[in-house]
Ligand binder design. Structure first.
Ligand SMILES: [Zn+2]
Length: 67
């Protein structure tokens, strides 16, 4: 039975690993805070242990980015 292929939609998860834009090192999710104005969204901050770079992204509970 090969019916259920586990096709993963393009969603964000808390276990995501993002490549650092600077040094390509894997960035780890370091902080999650509720978005101040977008209800149901949170801000996730990723830190690079190698170069100290930090990036943020905004997603909702289902892993969707706002428009
Ligand atoms: Zn880096």
């Amino acid at each position: 039975m090969f019916g259920n292929q586990n096709v993963r939609p393009n969603k964000y998860g808390i276990n995501d690993r993002l490549p650092c834009p600077n040094c390509k090192m894997t960035m780890l999710l370091g902080r999650r805070t509720l978005h101040s104005t977008l209800t149901g969204f949170e801000v996730q901050a990723f830190n690079c242990k190698k170069c100290g770079n930090e990036i943020e992204r905004v997603i909702d509970v289902d892993g969707n980015a706002p428009d």
